[in-house]
Design a protein around this ligand. Structure first.
Ligand SMILES: [Zn+2]
Length: 303
């Protein structure tokens, strides 16, 4: 039995294994934190939508004695931030934002303010500053920038390593809980939906490069579980990453074929060919991914 599976299997407790629950649908509620293992909870914000799936997952790591890290405080939603405060009893050391999109980072300052108002220590807001390419609703400036490879620790029990992973957003960062072999993937890897790559802040070449780096991190840190910002836990982390990359490259091959078949065509023409397996109603959304693939194809000099 590996170190990871020992940690993730509790006699009567919950398990990170997504198949361990026979009531998966019942899990999607925002009122209560869902314990994933000892010292790790998921609290889903009440913002379900086409783009956010069941809602944004906030993750809480730590203990009342040692303090907590909150990963992705979510949209500014007073009820959600209050629940994050309650589950941590306000003992938050760091609020970490995987990226600046409006369903991830705006909850940071309200959560920090709750801690201060309660007379608790002021947690530091961590992440990467949004790039100049970020949309107006996705601007974010952390109080402290997470350096590549930096390790944040609560005593010697909980260590989060930051990995810069541009692609979905230029300021995206993933986090590895080193003791447990768990990857917090933000929006770089999702479960149940496809990561949007929307230029210019999103970039397909960077996205695929970051996937490779995450795969290397899985090997280096014995990672088995991926905890995405939207959707359930993914197990078999390396298989999930390989599947994702394969899927992207297969789609890119179809985009390339469409560009070669209609070299004078517009992206709207290519989408009908490259997404002929997708209902036309989804083509306007698919067009954004197509543009990201087309950019990478041009950057690689393939057309
Ligand atoms: Zn996002």
């Amino acid at each position: 039995m590996t170190r990871t599976s020992q940690l993730l299997t509790h006699a009567n407790g919950p398990s990170l294994d997504p198949h361990a629950s026979s009531q998966r649908a019942a899990e999607w509620q925002s009122e209560n934190p869902v314990p994933l293992q000892k010292n790790l909870w998921r609290l889903t914000a009440p913002n379900p939508s086409v783009m956010t799936g069941p809602g944004t997952n906030s993750y809480v790591v730590g203990s009342v004695d040692l303090g907590f890290f909150v990963i992705d405080p979510g949209p500014a939603d007073a009820s959600h931030q209050q629940r994050l405060f309650d589950v941590t009893q306000g003992q938050i050391r760091g609020i970490l934002c995987t990226h600046s999109h409006p369903d991830h980072s705006p909850g940071a300052r309200p959560l920090q303010a709750l801690c201060e108002q309660a007379g608790k220590a002021k947690p530091v807001i961590l992440g990467l500053p949004s790039a100049a390419t970020a949309r107006p609703d996705s601007r974010f400036t952390p109080e402290r920038v997470l350096a590549e490879g930096e390790i944040l620790s609560l005593s010697s029990h909980f260590s989060l390593k930051a990995l810069h992973t541009p692609g979905h957003a230029a300021n995206h960062v993933c986090l590895v809980l080193l003791e447990d072999g768990v990857l917090f993937s933000g929006d770089h890897i999702l479960n149940g939906s496809t990561t949007v790559i929307d230029g210019p802040d999103g970039h397909m070449g960077d996205y695929l490069d970051s996937l490779d780096r995450l795969d290397a991190a899985c090997v280096a840190h014995d990672i088995n579980y991926i905890l995405p910002a939207h959707g359930h836990v993914l197990n078999n982390a390396r298989d999930a990453i390989a599947h994702l990359k394969n899927h992207r490259l297969q789609r890119e091959a179809k985009v390339l074929a469409a560009m070669q078949a209609l070299p004078e065509g517009e992206p709207q023409d290519w989408v009908a060919l490259a997404y002929d397996d997708t209902p036309p109603g989804l083509w306007p959304i698919a067009l954004r991914s197509l543009l990201a693939h087309a950019q990478r194809i041009r950057e690689l000099g393939l057309v």
